[in-house]
Design a binder for this molecule. Structure first.
Ligand SMILES: Cc1cc2nc3c(=O)[nH]c(=O)nc-3n(C[C@H](O)[C@H](O)[C@H](O)COP(=O)(O)OP(=O)(O)OC[C@H]3O[C@@H](n4cnc5c(N)ncnc54)[C@H](O)[C@@H]3O)c2cc1C
Length: 353
């Protein structure tokens, strides 16, 4: 049996930032992730279209930068005071941070379904790149954040290919301001991407058929960017009543799990009431670490302050759309801030401080 003061389930933006902040203040943590590497997802789609751009710098072994203890394993069950691991081990804890994030069932390129070690993940992304190189025609299904960015990256890196982005409604980037939706459309169109609205391509045997128009796609590579699901299955046995109808963990104003003040949930797996984005998961991680330290020192804990949606969405290597709280812009100076290295250095630097 293993004991830790603070168990952290998942080493994404949320879990790693919480772990680093706690360790800095002398609180012992054990972070468990099924992968042995952290991935800056902001760079993943460029790694598929132009692997030389970041040279695999987006992914690092946890041991390269994580201050606390790390174990590569999978949590299979969680209760209020212990967790069971796939390896058969049991971990008991005083407090646990649930930061198991989300998965991308339709697209292993976005978050891997099976490449749990760094080398195999790098190889997996390279394989996507090779498929794209060989393709004549590419169909991307889904015009959300990932679909738009993917279409932009492929459109930029492979201008000679026939690329279609098919979306099931009449505007890209649902939830964003309409100016951001229009600018993204303009930028993709300028790259030669054909955006097809109100179409619902579905796989039928070997073919993709638009359920609305009955068009059969002639694409030789199809990438489905159809959204995420929360990784909360390990809570179903003992903590099912803490999940909402879509299996997100219900949290209070302090990101504590409903009726369990020694459990916290944050990032993509939690129903925080903020956009599901990496930089917000990172902020939530820091907040939870601070709360735990304040609780240990019997100090007052301020409520978590929700943030408005902000995003910088690249559409290829030169352009992008920036949504700020009160404005939308395509200003080059702002776009370039992310284009430089897709915030890879910024992220690893933040984990150090
Ligand atoms: C392609 C792509 C591009 C993106 N671009 C941006 C962007 O530009 N800006 C932005 O802010 N956001 C972006 N996002 C969103 C961002 O990646 C997510 O919001 C972020 O990953 C959420 O962080 P998290 O820590 O909550 O969860 P995750 O990053 O999903 O991390 C969860 C971790 O938990 C582990 N885990 C899950 N279940 C278990 C288990 N049972 N046992 C052990 N470990 C487990 C997983 O392996 C994973 O490492 C992008 C997402 C994708 C897919």
């Amino acid at each position: 049996m293993i004991y830790t003061d603070v168990l952290i389930i998942g080493g994404g933006f949320a879990g790693v930032s919480a772990a680093q902040a706690l360790e800095k203040k002398g609180v012992a943590t054990l972070l468990i992730d099924k992968k042995n590497y952290f991935e800056v997802t902001f760079a993943t789609l460029r790694d598929i279209s132009d692997p030389d751009y970041t040279d695999n710098k987006a992914r690092k072994h946890y041991q390269q930068f994580l201050s606390g203890d790390f174990r590569q394993d999978s949590i299979t069950e969680l209760s209020h005071d212990h967790a069971l691991l796939e390896s058969g081990q049991k971990v008991t804890f005083k407090q646990a941070i649930i930061a198991s994030g989300s998965r991308y069932p339709s697209l292993s390129a976005a978050k891997s379904h099976s490449a749990f070690d760094l080398d195999s993940r790098n190889k997996e992304l390279l394989k996507y790149n090779q498929q794209l190189k060989m393709a004549r025609e590419v169909l991307i299904i889904g015009g959300g954040l990932v679909g738009v960015e993917l279409a932009g990256e492929i459109g930029y890196s492979f201008p000679e290919k026939n690329i279609t982005l098919a979306h099931n409604s009449s505007a890209l980037l649902e939830g964003f301001k309409s100016k951001a939706q229009k600018k993204a459309l303009e930028q993709l169109t300028a790259l030669g991407v054909k955006v097809q609205f109100n179409s619902r391509f579905q796989r039928e045997g070997e073919q993709y058929i638009d359920q609305n128009s009955e068009e059969i796609s002639s694409a030789d590579v199809v990438l489905e960017a159809l959204g995420t699901l929360p990784n909360s299955e390990f809570m179903k046995k003992h903590l099912a009543d803490t999940l909402d109808e879509k299996n997100y963990v219900i949290v209070d104003q302090n990101l504590a799990v409903k009726r369990h003040d020694n459990l916290y949930a944050l990032g993509d797996v939690a129903n925080v009431g903020e956009a599901k984005l990496g930089y917000l998961a990172q902020q939530q991680g820091r907040y939870v670490a601070k709360s735990i330290i304040k609780k240990l020192n019997k100090k007052h804990i301020k409520q978590y302050k929700r943030n408005p949606l902000m995003a910088l969405i690249p559409t290829g290597q030169k352009t992008g759309v920036v949504q700020l709280p009160f404005a939308v812009t395509t200003m080059q100076a702002l776009v370039n801030m992310k284009q430089k290295d897709l915030f890879i250095n910024k992220m690893y630097k933040a984990f150090k401080s």
